[in-house]
Design a protein around this ligand. Structure first.
Ligand code: PMT
Length: 400
């Protein structure tokens, strides 16, 4: 069974002469057992028809952002969530520029912005356009955000020029996409991950919490699942769709998260604490809504919550690798190193949450992986790409 078997691949085709090769790309992906859905830009429909792509993919082709029929079935956000991987092939210079700007003015760019899945781009354009500094800057920007750039190929072009800018052959694109799913190194391994915030009830309508969106923990769950692991995700309240092939256990408070973690973590291969757990909770939850006392302040009596990851690290049947995050606003490395030792962790992932691009709710992150033996810096990339690196590092640690 190929690596693309049952993978959800979203193929987006933009309007260039190479659009016709998108048909072959879809055919080859289907042959590998992938489930394929197709987005055509308006320009692409000048070169290839939605009907052709529907016949090849076996699914309706998506062309419009606000198409009543599509939104009633699989709308653009569902499409974005459905994908395990999105590939834009061919990607014209214009689409690359719009992706770099984060535009969402058509279906293709909107789905590319909305998808939590990794995105790959296969450029195709005239060699002069490819060589232009604007295109090169845009491509470098996309790559720095974790978008995979596949090709382009060099050679004779449709316009008669010779040089780099041709769309890579569909066989080569499929081979590269398939490599993304190559890592089945964790087949048979079990991982338990905590993600998102916890909510600590004050009364029936109020709670203490934090800004965690769950994106980092969910990206880890997705990356572990892609590596073949059996994933149990203990999630606080977040607004994210459960990743495919992941078992989600919904919890609200730190105590509930701790109960779930101690039940599930025993004998696991990995436990990863990505959740932002409230350190304290109100000593008592008022049974009725607390009334405002005009002109008077309010003091809450707080008690300490259990330290979930430290508890898991001390279980008699402790997971083989226990890794946590250290969310810090200052003295990142020294605080993270101390936390790793204090909580008995094999790895701590130091996360600077003082910077807007690496903080709670952001789509990107940049972290330091700290173990007893070494420290590695992962530069700014999408949370999924960071998660893939973390998974690879943890898999190496387990094998050692
Ligand atoms: O969810 P996102 O919006 O994507 O944001 C990601 C993130 C910033 C939440 C994530 O990358 C992160 O840093 N998570 C850990 C946040 C945190 O609470 O850090 P901490 O330094 O307070 O805790 C250290 C470790 O102990 C963490 O693994 C935490 O899960 C764990 N912990 C903390 C307190 C507690 N009572 N129990 C715990 O298990």
């Amino acid at each position: 069974m190929g690596r693309l078997h049952q993978r959800h691949i979203l193929v987006a085709i933009s309007g260039g002469i190479a659009a016709y090769k998108g048909a072959e790309l879809v055919r080859l992906l289907k042959k590998q057992g992938a489930a394929v859905r197709v987005v055509l830009s308006r320009g692409a429909t000048e070169f290839i028809t939605p009907l052709t792509m529907q016949a090849l993919s076996g699914e309706p082709t998506h062309t419009e952002l606000l198409d009543e029929e599509a939104e009633a079935g699989m709308g653009h956000i569902e499409l974005a969530r459905w994908a395990d991987l999105m590939v834009i092939a061919p990607a014209t210079a214009d689409v690359i520029a719009r992706l770099a700007q984060g535009r969402a003015d058509d279906l293709l760019t909107t789905v590319a912005l909305a998808t939590p899945a990794p995105v790959a781009v296969a450029p195709a354009m005239n060699q002069q356009m490819w060589a232009h500094a604007a295109t090169q800057d845009n491509v470098a920007l996309l790559a720095s955000r974790g978008i995979q750039i596949i090709g382009p190929d060099a050679g004779e072009q449709a316009c008669g020029d010779i040089g780099p800018g041709r769309l890579l052959e569909p066989e080569a694109i499929v081979a590269t996409l398939s490599e993304r799913f190559e890592n089945r190194s964790l087949e048979g391994r079990r991982v338990v991950i905590t993600a998102g915030p916890t909510r600590e009830a004050i009364d029936p309508v109020r709670y203490l919490s934090n800004h965690s969106s769950g994106k980092m923990g969910y990206a880890l769950a997705q990356a572990f699942a892609a590596a073949g692991a059996q994933v149990e995700l203990i999630s606080g309240p977040v607004a994210l769709e459960p990743p495919a092939r992941v078992t989600v256990h919904q919890v609200t408070s730190a105590v509930e998260m701790c109960d779930a973690a101690t039940k599930l973590a025993g004998d696991a291969d990995f436990f990863i604490g990505a959740a932002a757990v409230a350190d304290y909770r109100p000593a008592a939850k008022a049974s009725e809504k607390m009334k405002k006392q005009e002109g008077r302040g309010l003091s809450l009596d707080l008690v300490e919550n259990p330290d979930i990851i430290a508890t898991v690290a001390q279980l008699p049947n402790r997971p083989r690798i226990v890794a946590g995050f250290a969310a810090e606003t200052h003295d990142l490395l020294s605080h993270a190193r101390a936390k790793r030792l204090r909580k008995g962790l094999d790895m701590i992932i130091a996360n600077d949450v003082s910077a807007p691009e690496t903080t709670f709710g952001s789509n990107q992150n940049a972290v330091h992986l700290i173990t007893a033996e070494n420290e590695t810096h992962l530069a700014l990339a999408s949370k999924y790409v960071i998660a893939e690196h973390i998974v690879a590092a943890l898999a190496t640690q387990l094998s050692e």
